[in-house]
Design a protein around this ligand. Structure first.
Ligand code: IMP
Length: 423
């Protein structure tokens, strides 16, 4: 079984990072992030309880000897990705990035902040504008950063100048300032007009940094389709790691309240160049309740009360990338069934089993009805033996019957080892 595809079956933040990290440590030689960008935040705890958060890097980065690939379906912001790379200590020869990755450039971040953050509650990381310019055949790729530098810098300059036709100087100046500050560029440029700011910023800071990054990225770039096929032929154990989830797929029913890529299986194939026969197991990740950030329909949502705020804090349900409070609701099995159908799911991992005692009720939606289950108890940290509880067994039995998925994993704590397969 050389290729396992990991997909979130809800609205992102199901706990994919933890599951990928556990599987990588048990089994994988290669971990491939196939879509999204720094909008994601995968939180991982090792067995000692140390916390790590990845945004654009694959979650295999913590396993020694694991080859990590960012495939062409991911959008990358060169400066922040470089900072993320530096923040982890790993063998640099074990990170590869597709030369075809579309770039997230300053004007993408500005457009996201100016328009889409308030429109649909995006993470404001420039994801949508970067993908849409790629689809329009305008955007630049990592290849351009490394080999067409002048063309790239002209493109950035012209795109930023063009924004001036749509937005006022004041608007742009404020956003450029916040971009400069948030990304820790020098602040000597403020309180002059956007155009002066822009020229100064680009020529004296941004392009200089990009120029340095050219040679840095040259050591990482690959033709990701080719490399992935070779690894597959060599029978390497490969994990394909999705970001976000089924509900946020750009071609899903929640459009336009969606991300700009396809976390679902079709996306995974396009973005890695693998064909459908080369995916040996699709593993869906489901949280025992559900959460969402951003606007749009969200069935089974819990009302916004004081108790909900307390519960959210207990569960730590705040965006790993933006810190925004997440909307929460009951597990919706009608949605999970659709997500399984779309993705041909073979296996499901249910996460946050240890958080059930924290919930006011263990309730789920099936066939548009509420189904109630007795909650289980836990003493401090949950252990493998605790999964023998009849209440957990009955809950899992019902889940299996409804989803018709027999292979279930239970994630019952934050640590790597707290994942049990029930076969
Ligand atoms: P974007 O991906 O930043 O364009 O945001 C589009 C929608 O996807 C918004 O509702 C975001 O909150 C949501 N989103 C993006 N990334 C994640 C994630 O990693 N987890 C959960 N929601 C996300």
């Amino acid at each position: 079984m050389p290729t396992k595809l990991i997909i979130g079956l809800q609205w992102g933040d199901e706990g994919k990072g933890k599951v990928v990290d556990s599987l990588v440590h048990d089994w994988a030689d290669v971990c491939i992030r196939y879509q999204g960008g720094p909008n994601a935040g995968h939180t991982i705890y090792d067995n000692e309880g140390n916390k790590y958060v990845t945004h654009a890097l694959p979650s295999g980065i913590l396993k020694k000897g694991c080859l990590n690939i960012i495939s062409k379906g991911c959008v990358i912001e060169p400066n922040n990705l470089f900072k993320e790379i530096k923040s982890f200590s790993f063998d640099n020869s074990l990170l590869k990035i597709s030369s075809q990755c579309p770039l997230i450039l300053p004007h993408h971040v500005l457009i996201d902040k100016l328009k889409y953050q308030s429109k649909i509650g995006t993470t404001a990381k420039g994801i949508g504008p970067a993908y849409s310019e790629y689809i329009a055949r305008d955007n630049k790729t990592l290849h351009d950063l490394c080999f067409n530098f002048d063309e790239l810098t002209n493109y950035i300059y012209n795109s930023l100048v063009a924004l001036n036709q749509k937005y006022s100087d004041d608007h742009l100046n404020a956003f450029l300032e916040s971009f400069i500050n948030e990304n820790s560029y020098a602040t000597r440029l403020r309180s002059i007009s956007y155009k002066d700011n822009l020229v100064e910023f680009l020529h004296h800071e941004y392009f200089e940094i990009l120029n340095i990054l050219r040679s840095t990225y040259s050591q990482y770039i690959i033709d990701s389709d080719k490399t992935i096929h070779e690894l597959y032929k060599d029978k390497k154990n490969i994990i394909l790691e999705g970001a976000q989830g089924w509900g946020l797929d750009i071609w899903g029913k929640s459009y336009p309240n969606a991300t700009s890529s396809s976390p679902n299986v079709g996306g995974a194939l396009t973005y890695t160049g693998l064909n459908h026969k080369q995916i040996d197991e699709v593993i869906g990740i489901v949280k025992v309740y559900k959460s969402k950030v951003g606007t749009g329909d969200f069935s089974t949502e819990w009302p916004d009360t004081h108790e909900l705020h307390e519960l959210r804090q207990r569960l730590g349900e705040y965006g790993a990338t933006t810190g925004r409070p997440r909307r929460l609701g009951d597990l919706d099995l009608d949605e999970i069934k659709k997500a399984c159908e779309t993705n041909g799911v073979d296996t499901i991992v249910i996460t946050r089993i240890d958080n059930v005692p924290d919930l006011p009720l263990l309730k789920l939606k099936h066939n548009n009805e509420n189904i109630y289950f007795p909650k289980w108890k836990k003493e401090d940290e949950m252990k493998k033996e605790d999964l023998e509880d009849e209440k957990i067994k009955n809950f899992v039995k019902y889940f299996k019957e409804v989803t018709k998925i027999d292979k279930i994993g239970l994630s019952y704590g934050k640590k790597r080892k707290q994942l049990e397969w029930l076969l």
